[in-house]
Design a protein around this ligand. Structure first.
Ligand code: 9Z3
Length: 360
């Protein structure tokens, strides 16, 4: 039996993986935008960071109705991008379509709806339309919104932020590879900050159903390519002895291209920071350390799903190897809805707040 891409050498897996999928339709346009953006910042000798953000999807059908998603709202990526911009970086923000974006994230979340920040001002007496007053930002939000608006405008007007969306894991891989290669002229001015939650398992194109997977038997003359060659659903549903079927999905491991990023795609001298997400606290440091060694990244930031907004662990090749950064309860900032967000953590990472507990 032919080896799956997960079992091949990295170079073989790369060529099989990228030959199997058509490149995303938007790739040529994204490459043209990125090339111009990078040229501009190479000329200015400015640092450029590629921030990846949001979860990738794994489609179950080529004409996709159903897909498996990876958890991520995009908060980490969007927040970090703002801090990189503040530090003078130009940011390529490779993000899951419709996930949170730098600056607009303050007002776009469903619990942070921009409408909650607005009010209708009373109509002025000499108004030509006395019934309708202008829409205003509420007094208590003026300062915060002005500050976000100024930073947003600055990034836009000075061409510091390039937004590039992806949806599926294969789109993400194509985009990451192209962008890393385009970033070569930046040399040591290139930074990779991989906060996207990338799928570990996928259905290879050769086994993927073309059309929507049917949950009930079709008459023989209507059976087309609703299931892939490997039959991804089998078995009768015992509770419903009708013609309905169980869906059994057979997923392959996504090839780990994190090594090629360092060894093949990215510019020499660039820095690679990746995130490791776990739910079991006893695995986090071990898995982050293994990732650091396996992929030769410069820094792996470990976080647990339940505590990710106020606690991370930095795993580095050099001393101290393991460094916890925690935002004390009193400094965990709250959004308008009272939900804690992670501005506090980003501030803490910059070492601005001496009150942050750092366990070394
Ligand atoms: C992360 O661990 C991010 O910090 C989160 C951020 C996805 C937890 P939110 O977007 O969450 O703020 O809601 N990202 C990396 C996850 C990941 O897939 N890492 C890969 C792995 O663990 C290595 S690149 O194998």
């Amino acid at each position: 039996m032919a080896p799956s891409v997960g079992e091949m050498s990295p170079a073989a897996a790369e060529s099989v993986y990228f030959n199997e999928y058509p490149p995303p339709k938007a790739l040529p346009k994204h490459e043209a935008l990125a090339r111009a953006f990078i040229e501009l910042h190479v000329e200015a000798n400015r640092r450029v960071v590629l921030v990846t953000s949001g979860g990738t999807t794994v489609p179950l059908e080529a004409q996709t109705v159903r897909f498996i998603d990876n958890f991520s709202a995009g908060t980490r990526g969007a927040t970090s991008a703002e801090y990189f911009l503040e530090q003078g970086y130009a940011v390529i923000f490779l993000h899951r379509q419709y996930s949170l974006l730098p600056y607009s994230r303050h007002y776009s979340h469903s619990t942070n709806c921009f409408l909650d920040f607005m009010d209708e001002a009373p109509p002025s007496a000499d108004s030509s339309n006395p019934g309708d007053g202008p829409i205003m930002v509420r007094d208590e939000y003026q300062d915060q919104m002005r500050s976000v608006l100024r930073k947003y405008r600055y990034a836009k007007q000075n061409n510091r932020l390039l937004l590039l969306p992806f949806t599926t894991v294969s789109e993400y891989m194509f985009e990451l590879r192209s962008l890393a290669k385009l970033m070569r002229p930046l040399n040591e001015n290139a930074l990779f900050y991989l906060a996207a939650a990338v799928s570990d398992f996928f259905i290879p194109r050769s086994r993927m159903a073309e059309h929507k997977i049917q949950s009930s038997e079709l008459p023989p003359h209507m059976q087309g390519s609703a299931v892939g060659p490997d039959e991804i659903y089998t078995g009768e549903n015992e509770e419903q002895p009708s013609n309905r079927k169980k869906l059994v999905i057979n997923l392959d491991p996504v090839p780990k291209f994190l090594h090629q990023l360092v060894d093949g795609w990215a510019p020499e001298g660039s820095m690679v920071v990746s995130f490791k997400l776990e739910t079991d606290p006893s695995l986090l440091v071990y898995k982050a350390r293994t990732a650091l060694q396996r992929y030769s990244h410069h820094l792996v930031i470990g976080n647990l799903l339940s505590t990710r907004k106020w606690e991370v662990v930095f795993i580095t090749p050099d001393e101290p190897h393991e460094r916890w950064i925690r935002v004390p309860k009193s400094r965990r900032s709250k959004s308008i809805s009272g939900v804690e967000d992670q501005v506090g953590l980003a501030e803490a990472m910059k070492g601005k707040h001496p009150s942050v507990e750092q366990l070394e």
